[in-house]
Design a protein around this ligand. Structure first.
Ligand SMILES: [Zn+2]
Length: 270
């Protein structure tokens, strides 16, 4: 892969955006996160920064175009009304994702990956299927799905503002993380956790994904410090391993897609 001067759509003139799709790579990544409290030790932009940081590393390896991140995301019902968190409503977020992909397709991009670093499956899946009806090839990836029981790196699965997310922050943007303020969190599910697949956990027969039910009490009532899990266990080294693994997995996926459907070829959706 040859060296690129710029990675992001917003940094280039439209002529280069079009040339890139035509001659280099017609797969574009839309990194999405959220503006959300992440405990007293991490910034409210954790999820957006995680998505953008990983997307940059993936783009360097694969040649994918990077679409500007809207930063705001949609949130499961129990995140709402928590200070520091600014949720988009579900209809707003679905419309935003659909419009961005449709707009980018005009410049010649034929494959899209919505790379999410926040639990917003409730809207990304709907957007993918709406776009499918209109003939657009889109994948929605949640980065923690690539972790799947990484117990050789983490003591716990990924939760929220915890060991996993804070480690990624220490690796990608340490200047915004203050470990002296990191403290263990709380949070109980409304059904036994043995029925629920945590983010970053490998599914077992008969278990439900964490987004498949109203399993949690409202965060603003339930969580004293906004944290679920234990961020005091976060380190730069763990972050480096998690990010590298995820970036390599997604880069392999992109290479595979671009081999099956080379530049200029649109997967036959319609
Ligand atoms: Zn997060």
């Amino acid at each position: 892969m040859k060296e690129r001067k710029f990675l992001w759509w917003q940094e280039m003139p439209y002529t280069e955006v079009v040339r890139w799709a035509k001659e280099e790579c017609d797969l574009a990544i839309l990194p999405i996160g959220a503006i959300e409290q992440h405990g007293p030790h991490s910034p409210c932009g954790v999820d957006a920064y995680n998505a953008m940081g990983m997307a940059e590393l993936i783009a360097k390896k694969t040649g994918a175009m990077l679409l500007p991140s809207p930063m705001y995301g949609s949130h499961p019902y129990h995140h709402w009304y928590m200070p520091g968190t600014i949720p988009l409503s579900y209809d707003t977020h679905i419309a935003l994702l659909v419009d961005i992909v449709k707009g980018a397709a005009v410049s010649g991009y034929n494959k899209f990956i919505i790379l999410s670093a926040h639990g917003q499956v409730s809207t990304t899946l709907v957007a993918v299927h709406k776009l499918g009806l209109e003939g657009h090839f889109t994948l929605s990836l949640h980065w923690y799905d690539f972790l799947r029981d990484n117990k050789d790196v983490l003591d716990d699965y990924m939760w929220h503002a915890d060991e996993a997310e804070t480690s990624v922050g220490l690796y990608l943007y340490p200047k915004y993380v203050d470990m002296s303020k990191a403290e263990k969190g709380g949070g109980e599910a409304l059904v036994d956790r043995k029925w629920i697949i945590a983010p970053g956990m490998a599914p077992k027969p008969g278990t439900m994904y964490h987004f498949e039910g109203t399993f949690a009490r409202p965060e603003y009532k339930e969580l004293p410090n906004g944290v679920i899990g234990d961020p005091t266990k976060a380190t730069y080294e763990k972050g480096e391993k998690l990010v590298t693994r995820t970036v390599n997995h997604i880069s392999d996926l992109i290479t595979d897609i671009m081999t099956r459907w080379p530049v200029g070829v649109k997967p036959p959706i319609k």
